[in-house]
Write a protein that binds this ligand. Structure first.
Ligand code: ZN
Length: 372
């Protein structure tokens, strides 16, 4: 048994500029800042903690390659790919699509390497080179739709990897579990009518985008019933996440019987994140990983590939990443130095209103069965 691991120094060179979120603008009172919310240092710090702690010695290091244009075009329109490529040649770079997702010169190459890292990991997991794995790729991808990037995402890395698994590696059914705190709207839209890919997004209700991720969004046509949304109320913590996992995510996966599970792994549901209001901890991410692994052992030979998405607390994200990677590799987790200061804080337990909302989502999503 081995756990694949991907990081490339270029992921840390993706330049998100000097805005905080919107570009710096003195007329709007927006001061320039060294760290955009999506500054790549947060991701680089996961890798450095994995390396410095020695955990890296238990992992099988894989070398990512750039996704080819043909591979990007399985998911994206040529207009989108060409625009990112063109803006990437400009001295000051461009924006992936929504005006708050800047990238510097050469951003196309790093985004293609990010999508390629997702392909590399899925390939290693599906062919059995490794049992499971984690790719700390950057920029993230789950908000990117076919025709545009948004929400700091350029290309939909997970979707590119899943299409590769289906069309090249012979995987019949893939499930995407997206635990980034924001709705996996891009991934959902790409597989909206596709019954071979079950997309599950567990996120903070109407955090971002505020107009999607509702429980009523289930896919359409042949894909009806193959999109699943679990919008949790703000303030949901450790027990709430695990309760939603056990009552909705795991039964849906068991019903679908995937041949491969891909996790869109954001750490912005963590309790210190500046772009959301949830209270997950390292233990939450570790136990969600444990659930997925147990289920993958039961259903698909343990084939789990996890891809980095968001996460904006440079202090806390590295510990969340290390917790998940330790669980995947079956090694001793690091001590979370942030937890003792939170003992007794309200929000880690399952609150009655959270249980009521989760039970209602479970009830509303029950009738569609994939077993037939
Ligand atoms: Zn996010």
């Amino acid at each position: 048994m081995s756990t694949g691991y991907i990081w490339h120094e270029l992921y840390g060179w993706y330049d998100t500029g000097t805005g905080g979120q919107a570009p710096a603008d003195p007329n709007a009172g927006l001061q320039p800042l060294t760290h955009h919310f999506a500054h790549p240092d947060t991701k680089r710090r996961i890798h450095e903690l994995v390396a410095v702690s020695g955990m890296i010695n238990a992992l099988e290091r894989l070398q990512p390659r750039k996704a080819t244009e043909q591979e990007l075009l399985r998911v994206h329109t040529s207009d989108h790919v060409e625009r990112i490529k063109y803006e990437s040649t400009l001295a000051k770079g461009g924006d992936t699509g929504d005006g708050v997702s800047p990238f510097g010169k050469g951003g196309f190459d790093i985004a293609a390497l990010s999508a390629g890292g997702a392909i590399t990991l899925v390939e290693a997991v599906v062919t059995g080179t490794v049992s499971n794995g984690y790719a700390i790729i950057n920029p993230p991808g789950h908000h990117a739709r076919s025709e545009t990037g948004m929400g700091f995402c350029a290309f939909n890395n997970v979707a590119v990897a899943v299409k590769h698994a289906r069309e090249v590696l012979g995987v019949e059914k893939a499930a995407v579990v997206d635990w980034d705190v924001h709705h996996g709207n891009g991934t959902q839209s790409i597989f909206w009518t596709d019954p071979s890919v079950l997309t599950i997004s567990i996120h903070q209700d109407r955090c971002y985008p505020t107009d999607s991720g509702f429980v009523t969004e289930r896919g359409e046509g042949d894909g009806e019933g193959f999109a699943l949304n679990i919008p949790l109320p703000p303030g949901t913590g450790h027990e709430g996440y695990l309760y939603a996992f056990e009552t909705i995510v795991i039964p849906a996966l068991r019903d679908f019987k995937p041949d491969l599970i891909v996790v869109a792994s954001g750490f912005d549901a963590g309790m210190h994140d500046p772009l959301a209001r949830q209270m997950a901890t390292t233990a939450t991410f570790r136990l969600m990983t444990r659930s997925i692994l147990a289920l993958a052992d039961e259903l698909c030979g343990g084939r789990v590939a996890m891809m980095q998405e968001g996460g904006y607390s440079p202090q806390y994200v590295p510990f969340c990443g290390a917790a998940v990677i330790a669980e995947l590799a079956g090694v001793e987790p690091l001590v979370d130095p942030y937890l003792p200061g939170q003992v007794g804080a309200r929000g880690f337990d399952l609150e009655p209103h959270q249980k009521a909302e989760i039970d209602e989502i479970a009830r509303l999503t029950q009738p569609v069965s994939h077993s037939a």
